[in-house]
Ligand binder design. Structure first.
Ligand code: NAD
Length: 256
């Protein structure tokens, strides 16, 4: 379905981004991988699906590096048809204890980076009259949890940015939508499982159940593969008129 298209997925060396990159590659899209840590393993996993893969290590908190990544992607594959704004970090603390530097980093990586990639990707998408922008928000783009001020503010912000992007392009072939996962067992959440296990002096497995039990009625983690399936749907012709939605995949978290 996506043969000949190019997808740039920020933060795709790990977790949800890698799951979405693989789902898009399985549909034939060439992939630009971005993120920290080992890139060779993720690149090989994606290339095994029979598509072309390139890597750019831009730091999503730096506008200049983001501009460089967008130029690199166009030079590699012509243009970015599918932009997945996924890179994100978390920090958990009460507001009065929240380090100002962590606030700035979360807002830069989880929100401002998507403004930069979007503004730089739109002209070529508009010229081709086809494009898909998918913002990986969170249930925390729709509801709040204590001790996650920066994350909740950034995720509510990206849901807003999604709606504006969708509206500004509503009469074109460019759509923008957000995905709002509940708990997904990636390194980002494993840190919260570890903190819970240490605080309550319980095992890793018990801590996972406590975390799920607090928020997610299904008592199941959403998987990167399931989220990849939703991203593929947003890229399909059936989603041509799906514009500006924030679609939660959260085991019932937000239904409560
Ligand atoms: P993860 O830690 O597994 O992956 C994060 C990715 O972002 C990695 O590739 C990392 O290298 C990259 N990254 C981090 N800082 C970066 C920077 N400055 N520049 C470039 N890349 C950077 O986390 P994940 O759980 O897969 O999270 C991916 C997205 O999904 C995030 O936006 C997160 O907020 C969101 N999300 C996660 C969950 C969950 O339960 N795991 C739930 C809802 C939303």
């Amino acid at each position: 379905m996506l043969k000949g298209k190019t997808a740039l997925v920020t933060g795709s060396t790990s977790g949800i981004g890698l799951g979405i990159a693989k789902a898009l590659a399985a549909q034939g899209a060439n992939i630009v991988v971005n993120g920290f840590g080992d890139a060779e393993g993720p690149k090989a996993e994606i290339a095994a699906l029979g598509v072309k893969v390139a890597y750019h290590g831009a730091d999503m908190s730096k506008a200049g590096e983001i501009e460089d990544m967008m130029k690199f992607s166009a030079a590699q594959f012509g243009r970015v048809d599918i932009l997945v704004n996924n890179a994100g970090i978390q920090h958990v603390a009460r507001i009065e204890d929240f380090p100002a530097e962590r606030w700035d980093a979360i807002l830069a990586i989880n929100l401002t980076s998507a403004f930069h990639t979007t503004r730089l990707a739109l002209p070529a998408m508009r010229a081709a009259n086809w494009g898909r922008i998918i913002n990986v928000a969170s249930v925390h783009g729709l509801v709040a949890s204590a001790e996650k001020s920066a994350y909740v503010a950034a995720k509510h912000g990206i849901v807003g940015l999604t709606k504006v992007t969708a509206l500004e392009n509503a009469t074109t072939g460019v759509t923008c939508n957000a995905i709002c996962p509940g708990w997904v067992l990636t390194p980002l959440v494993q840190k919260q499982v570890d903190a819970k296990a240490a605080a309550l002096k319980i095992s890793n497995e018990e801590a996972k159940k406590v975390l799920l039990g607090e928020k997610e009625p299904s008592m199941q983690f959403t998987t990167p593969e399931e989220l990849g399936g939703l991203a593929v749907f947003f890229c399909s012709p059936a989603a041509n008129n799906v514009r500006g939605v924030a679609w939660n995949m959260d085991g019932g978290w937000v239904a409560q």
